[in-house]
Design a protein around this ligand. Structure first.
Ligand code: 6GU
Length: 214
């Protein structure tokens, strides 16, 4: 699956994309991720990407020209929908992550300031997503959340144990929560792992886990 992200803060993504599971997924060619600096598309001599709102009011608005040129460029490379990250968008959920993970591409536009010029919303945006009921300074963290949650659902991105099939939010477990996890040592600072988990009795372990879902 191919991800293209349009942002005015491209460096915000570099450390994240160079870590652990996402880096391995890119190295193994399971996903491709391209970051596009909206500012580099600006025809303004100072590479300006924002301007004051018509009609007045607080804050700045992302100006249409750089967004138009950046998104139309990306659309020649990625067949996926253009999703605008905004606190006004529909709430992102595990079920939306599952649907997006079936697509061959996804284009994420990160908003900053008060928002983007509405003509871009009307013409180039397919949907709008929010990651929760709080306001961030920009869409970059939200785009990383979506990238991470979608990428891990792509076959072979997680280890061969495919532990997402047992996730707390998977339909199989009827949205029940997780049971408590323990690893070695069997005793740590005087606190012992529940005896049943050491017993090797698979039926008893399954029962214990079912009774401790939270
Ligand atoms: Cl997608 N963007 C911003 N700026 N704030 C948010 C958000 C997105 N989702 C929740 N808060």
């Amino acid at each position: 699956m191919r991800f293209d992200i349009a942002t005015i803060l491209p460096d915000a993504f570099t450390s994240y994309l160079n870590e652990s599971i996402i880096k391995r997924a890119i190295d193994n060619k399971l996903i491709e991720v391209y970051i596009h600096d909206i500012r580099s598309f600006s025809e303004n001599k100072h590479h300006k990407v924002d301007d004051i709102p018509f009609g007045g009011g607080a804050g700045m608005v992302m100006t249409p020209q750089p967004l138009y040129d950046c998104l139309t460029h990306i659309k020649t490379l990625n067949p996926g929908p253009v999703v605008y990250m905004t606190p006004q968008g529909r709430k992102f959920t595990q079920s939306k992550a599952e649907k997006l993970s079936l697509k061959s591409g996804l284009i994420l536009l990160c908003g900053r300031y008060e928002g983007i010029d509405n003509r871009i919303r009307e013409t180039l945006i397919d949907s709008e997503l929010s990651i929760g009921d709080y306001v961030l300074t920009g869409g970059e963290l939200a785009a990383m959340v979506i990238l991470d949650s979608v990428a891990r659902l792509i076959p072979n991105v997680l280890g061969k144990e495919e532990s997402h099939l047992e996730d707390s939010f998977s339909k199989k477990l009827d949205r029940k929560k997780e049971y408590p996890h323990y690893t070695r040592p069997a005793e740590f600072k005087g606190k012992k792992v529940p005896e049943v988990l050491l017993s090797g009795n698979h039926k008893a372990i399954a029962d214990w886990r079912k009774n401790h879902l939270k």
